[in-house]
Design a protein around this ligand. Structure first.
Ligand SMILES: [Zn+2]
Ligand SMILES: [Zn+2]
Length: 561
């Protein structure tokens, strides 16, 4: 057991993690340096990593290079004082500039993090973290996608609007954590489904609505915990005609839709819950894991193996205490935002690289230390080019100095995050007030809405009840959110989608809808408690004081089959 230097809680450093830190060793000529033992508990490490990731607050900005208008995750006016340089995606990736020109000579008399911060604040940033998209200007953390708007952390998507963590989806609106699905609306934790609205934690479903935890179901409304069922309403079989009648009763009416949403939430509270959503896995603990093996205390992983405390990953291997990794990430520790990285530690947004330490925004690099924004480089320190021999001599010296200053093994400091804490992923899982965040050393941004440039602004209550009565002109209005009064607009594709699907227009601001979907999910934390049916011990993300009925796998399966 160790004591966290941030929160004072004790935490377990397992033998597995100790062995892993040795296996993660970096070799510099004849010197091999293992990673040091962590000083912070897993939660504090997760919080410190994720305060460097803004995945949902986008701003209208101007490129620092071409002065062209652009969308950016960086609001004008850096919270750390000196303003940052932000380039458009193509500009950043183009030949018009070269990060290695801004290189620094390491000064042994100064702290590593201070010197790194100087470089980090000077090198131009990518306005959005995107890769190989087409017409996805208002998205970040996205790749290989087309015609998407306000989606994040998504790959291979087309025509998706307002969402988080969508993988290979088409025509989905207001969804979070959905995979290989099409024409879905207001869904959370859904796999391989079609034409579903207001569906949570389900797989292989079509035309299911206001339902939770269905597998292989079709045409179900207000159902939960069903397997391979068709034409069911409130978990009871009904005739096709009766089903159609129920469907028509709520479609196309905001009032009826609201009533069913309320009933859906009530069903969710009273249904029997499986201890975790772990599907087709071997020896895994955590939640929302699919097709994986030997993953411990992991969340939102697919096709992965041998991981510990990994959060959001597809096809990752042998990686610990890391977040938001996409494809072939292997042998990594304490990293955030990676694609095809092999052997990296304490890094941020590095792609297609290997053997990196303390680097950010580096692509196609190998053997780099403390670098920012490099492409196709090897043996660099603070963006300065060295020979192999010089690199292998200097890095161990820097690590030695970092050890003496208590910097070695720590993630980038929170005060150097380019965002307010409230703009970041950390605030989704560890929400703090402004005062709390500042007291803990995080930055904070006072967010204000810009009034959209529109013909008129109407309160949501003034929208017609039925989608058929909504005029095209709604695209020229702003609507005031029912809950927050914040103005928001409807986009053309969204209006078309709602018309096609017979859905009422949303009356809540997209941020509220986003938070409402997040509220369906449990914290990324496990508790030891007993199955409420057989008393067997379970590790679950349902805290012991929660009201839900939570069963172990066996008891749950008996319940649903
Ligand atoms: Zn802690
Ligand atoms: Zn049980």
């Amino acid at each position: 057991m160790k004591t966290c230097v941030t929160c004072g809680q004790t935490f377990l450093l397992s033998d597995d993690e100790r062995d892993f830190l040795k296996r993660m060793a970096f070799t510099f000529g004849s010197i091999t340096i293992p990673l040091p033992e962590p000083t912070r508990c897993p939660d504090c490490r997760l919080q410190r990593r994720t305060c460097h990731r803004n995945e949902r607050f986008l701003y209208k900005a101007e490129s620092s290079l071409s002065r062209k208008p652009m969308v950016s995750i960086y609001e004008a006016g850096a919270l750390w004082g000196k303003d940052y340089l932000v380039y458009g995606h193509d500009e950043w990736n183009g030949d018009g500039w070269e990060a290695s020109k801004d290189n620094r000579t390491y000064d042994p008399a100064r702290s590593f993090f201070e010197q790194w911060a100087d470089l980090h604040k000077a090198v131009p940033r990518m306005g959005l973290i995107v890769l190989a998209n087409e017409n996805c200007d208002f998205t970040t953390g996205t790749a290989y996608s087309k015609n998407c708007y306000l989606t994040n952390s998504s790959e291979y998507c087309e025509d998706c609007y307002y969402g988080k963590l969508l993988q290979k989806c088409r025509n989905c609106v207001d969804c979070s954590y959905i995979y290989d699905s099409e024409r879905c609306y207001d869904c959370v934790g859904v796999y391989d489904s079609y034409g579903c609205t207001s569906l949570a934690f389900s797989k292989n479903c079509s035309d299911c609505h206001f339902s939770t935890n269905l597998l292989g179901c079709k045409n179900c409304i207000l159902c939960s915990n069903l397997r391979q069922k068709e034409f069911h309403v409130r978990n009871k079989p009904v005739s096709k005609e009766e089903y159609q009648k129920t469907l028509l009763s709520f479609q196309n009416s905001h009032t009826a839709h609201e009533a069913l949403t309320k009933e859906w939430h009530e069903i969710e509270r009273s249904r029997v819950h499986r201890f975790a959503n772990i599907v087709n896995c071997e020896a895994c603990t955590g939640d929302e894991i699919e097709n994986s093996k030997h993953c411990t205390e992991c969340f939102d992983l697919t096709d992965s193996q041998d991981c510990l405390h990994a959060y959001v990953g597809v096809a990752i291997k042998d990686t610990q205490h890391s977040s938001n990794m996409y494809m072939k990430v292997e042998l990594c520790y304490d990293i955030l935002g990676a694609i095809e990285v092999y052997h990296g530690a304490y890094c941020l947004f590095c792609f297609y690289s290997q053997d990196l330490l303390y680097s950010e925004y580096c692509q196609h690099c190998k053997d780099c230390f403390g670098c920012v924004g490099l492409k196709h480089k090897r043996y660099c320190i603070f963006n300065k080019q060295y020979t192999k021999e010089e690199y292998e001599k200097l890095v161990p010296e820097i690590i030695d100095a970092m050890r003496r200053r208590g910097e070695w093994g720590e993630y980038f400091p929170a005060k150097n995050a380019p965002f307010g804490y409230n703009e970041t992923l950390a605030n989704e899982y560890f929400p703090l007030t402004k005062e709390e965040a500042i007291a803990k050393g995080f930055l904070w941004r006072d967010l204000t809405d810009r009034m959209p440039d529109v013909a008129k602004v109407i309160p949501a209550a003034q929208l017609p009840d039925s989608i058929t009565d909504i005029p095209d002109d709604v695209l020229n209005w702003a609507i005031r959110c029912e809950k927050t009064d914040r103005p928001f607009r409807i986009i053309k594709q969204e209006l078309q989608f709602c018309r096609d699907m017979n859905l009422p227009l949303p009356r809540l601001h997209p941020d509220v809808r986003y938070d409402d979907r997040l509220a369906w999910r449990n914290p990324r934390k496990l508790w030891n408690r007993a199955c409420m049916k057989c008393q067997k011990g379970i590790q679950t993300s349902y805290a012991p004081d929660r009201p839900e009925t939570v069963y172990c796998e066996e008891c749950y399966l008996k319940e649903v089959y």
